[in-house]
Ligand binder design. Structure first.
Ligand code: GDP
Ligand code: IMO
Ligand code: MG
Length: 426
């Protein structure tokens, strides 16, 4: 049984948590492979709502092995808080495993994130994500496993690193730095709590795949937030795209069978950066209200706009999408007319492909096609055949424009508000 990778096809918040939870019922193992507590994945079950940041969205099924892979940057304090919150609500977290190779988000990373974002204005989540990945690449970071073995070696490196970070914080930003000993004590008490969960996760995932078990990789963020393939510099610092699943978990590409792109039926983005179909009008406001478009992690209002098929075609290409999950179709219920962006107009010419230059993208105007709205409540629909013809036409248009067939359509936040037309796992 080949593994499935689930990725966000837009700028994040596409409903990945909901779809992961839905698929997790049949999966043996769910793996997060990148990002950190910048992610906010919402899962609604009956009257309960769970907001997951670092814990994979398979955690609500006690039989599912949930893995935080080496590509995820781990804020141990936040993870402990999240696990406590789940346990208090009766969720069994004993099936969680965390990679010993995962980089640790330090308090100085969060401080530097906050300070740097004042100048760069990316609008980050201030969770220390960029500075932690920067240290990893710069080979001055720390992995969780480093905290467990040979503490004297760790302590010497850590002391030097805190001194270095304090110089940046003091001299550039004129703010107070950190006491290395206090940080060290905090880290040691946190790693002691997490110790039972730590493992060589590449080996665990490899064995699951070898035994023919069903493995689902849960992407965080989305294609356009990818550090290489997104709208740089208005991106996150990891690889949300499907290729990231291999690097961020330690398995080979030959293990992946399908790639499911999760796409909202319209477009949203949090933070700064170009957004061609953004609507700063009443329609945008209606999408925000009907879709409850406020960030799960930071509470910021999400910017909203019409669906952009140029983005979906691009996502299909860079992820190798085999299937689509189209979410939040119900949010479009009230509109008499729906628009889909089919190309961009830039300086008099029509661009069919997503531009690889941020300056060009900033000046692109959307070229729209119009479709009639269905103006009917979809929230109770459970079978594809029950959808009104106009809703089917909207979905089929997305399939044609993106070149990818839908396998799942979501019409509400709850598990049962999910229409499955193609089983990803048999
Ligand atoms: P993620 O980051 O991709 O997991 O998405 P978020 O959880 O940040 O945001 C998606 C929001 O939409 C959450 O509040 C979900 O509960 C909600 N949601 C997911 N699917 C649907 C849907 O089909 N319809 C509606 N109305 N809400 C949905
Ligand atoms: P999920 O997994 C939407 C955005 C931030 C900012 C940029 C960089 O819930 O889809 P970072 O803190 O990562 O350095 O911020 O990326 N961003 C997200 N936007 N959904 C997310 O995650 C996001 N994670 C980061 O708003 O623009
Ligand atoms: Mg989210």
């Amino acid at each position: 049984m080949a593994a499935v990778v689930l990725v966000g096809a837009q700028w994040g918040d596409e409903g990945k948590g909901k779809i992961t939870d839905f698929l997790a019922e049949r999966a043996d193992c769910v793996v997060r492979y990148q990002g950190g507590s910048n992610a906010g994945h919402t899962v609604e079950v009956k009257q309960e709502k769970f907001m997951l940041h670092l814990v994979p969205s398979g955690i609500l099924y006690p039989q599912t092995l949930c893995v935080v892979g080496n590509g995820v940057v781990v804020d141990m304090g936040k993870l402990i808080e999240e696990l406590d919150g789940l346990q208090k609500r009766g969720i069994d977290t004993s099936n969680l495993r965390i990679s010993l190779r995962a980089p640790v988000v330090m308090p100085y990373h969060k401080k530097i994130d906050e300070l740097e974002d004042r100048d760069s204005n990316i609008g980050t989540t201030k969770r220390g994500i960029g500075p932690t990945y920067a240290d990893k690449i710069n080979r001055i970071g720390f992995r969780i496993g480093d905290l467990l073995e040979e503490p004297d070696i760790f302590e010497a490196r850590f002391k030097a690193q805190v001194a270095y970070k304090n110089r940046i914080i003091n001299e550039i930003y004129n703010e107070e730095g950190f006491d290395y000993k206090a940080l060290l004590d905090k880290l040691m008490s946190e790693v002691a709590v997490l110790k039972p969960y730590l493992a060589d996760t590449s080996y665990l995932i490899y064995n699951c795949i070898k035994e023919g078990k069903k493995v689902l990789f849960e992407g965080a963020q989305g294609t356009l937030l990818d550090i290489d393939h997104g709208t740089y510099p208005y991106v996150t610092s990891s690889h949300p795209i499907a290729g990231g699943a291999c690097v961020g978990s330690g398995i080979g590409p030959t293990s992946i069978g399908r790639v499911l792109g999760v796409a909202k039926a319209y477009t949203t983005r949090v933070g700064e950066g170009p957004f061609p179909t953004e609507l700063n009008d009443e329609i945008g406001q209606t999408l925000r209200e009907r879709g409850a478009e406020f960030g799960t992690t930071t509470g910021r209002p999400r910017r909203c706009g019409w669906l952009d098929a140029v983005i979906l075609r691009y996502a299909a290409r860079v992820n190798g999408l085999t299937d689509l999950a189209i979410t939040k179709l119900d949010v479009l219920d009230s509109f008499p007319v729906l628009k889909i962006c089919v190309a961009y107009r830039y300086k008099g010419s029509l661009l069919q492909e997503f531009p690889d230059n941020i300056g060009i993208l900033s000046k692109c105007e959307p070229e729209y096609m119009e479709l009639p709205g269905w103006q009917q409540d979809l929230s109770g629909v459970t079978e594809y055949e029950q959808l009104p013809d106009k809703a089917k036409r909207y979905i089929e248009t997305i399939e044609e424009l993106s070149g990818v067939k839908q396998a799942i359509v979501a019409v509400g936040p709850k598990r049962e508000q999910t229409i499955v037309t193609q089983r990803l796992y048999t």
